[in-house]
Ligand binder design. Structure first.
Ligand SMILES: C[S@@+](CC[C@H](N)C(=O)[O-])C[C@H]1O[C@@H](n2cnc3c(N)ncnc32)[C@H](O)[C@@H]1O
Length: 194
């Protein structure tokens, strides 16, 4: 399973945001929706071997993590409004969460939990921290990957320090791309090798 983790510094952690204002009220929920689309969709098809987890750290109740699995998501369509709608619906349950277990409150199969980014890192996969100053992706033998991608503000230094000994920094080139573009480029790089 190819996995992505998107770190969102500002994404709202309850459902109390205006679906018509995903960038402002949603704390850049537009960026999150585009990253989910880039992770899970190609034209006319869902990638059934990809999972993306978004770690939200905006107000009012951070952290909240949302997990989307291409193998079982239902009802979502590859546009920002549809993804935003289902995120909002799922976040409406954020104050009912008990402990850090995953819960599946809607029929979209988006899972939600109180896990923070350190609790999302699996022991049995290679962790790649996406960073433009890392090793070139074409020189890395990518196996069983988890790619960690930052939002418009990037990955906080504290989180980078926590992950330092567990991850490898890799780069898709010297230019700085949007999070969603980074994910598209990684998917394409791996697709070309399959
Ligand atoms: C818009 S960039 C973040 C910009 C932010 N100002 C910063 O300092 O990180 C969004 C994310 O995409 C990833 N990214 C962007 N360009 C990249 C590159 N050339 N190589 C690897 N990852 C990249 C990084 O994970 C980054 O945090």
């Amino acid at each position: 399973m190819r996995r992505y983790i998107l770190y969102s510094n500002t994404g709202r952690t309850d459902g109390d945001f205006n679906i018509n204002d995903l960038p402002g009220d949603g704390g850049r929920m537009d960026l999150i929706a585009r990253s989910v689309i880039s992770s899970l969709w190609i034209s006319g098809e869902v990638r059934s071997d990809v999972e993306v987890t978004v770690c939200l750290n905006g107000p009012p109740n951070p952290p909240i993590s949302l997990k989307f699995n291409g193998n079982n998501i239902q009802g979502l369509r590859p546009n920002e409004r549809s993804i935003g709608h289902w995120i909002k619906k799922t976040l409406n349950y954020s104050d009912t969460l008990v402990g850090c277990e995953w819960s599946n409150p809607t029929n979209s199969n988006i899972q939600i939990s109180k896990k923070d980014i350190s609790e999302l890192i699996p022991d049995n996969q290679e962790i790649y921290l996406m960073d433009k100053n890392g090793e070139k992706i074409k020189n890395v033998n990518i196996k069983n990957p988890v790619f960690i991608v930052g939002d418009h503000k990037g990955i906080p230094k504290k989180t980078k320090d926590q992950l330092k000994n567990k991850s490898k920094k890799i780069s898709i080139g010297p230019r700085e791309y949007f999070a969603s573009q980074t994910i598209t480029i990684i998917n394409n790089q791996i697709d070309k090798k399959i």
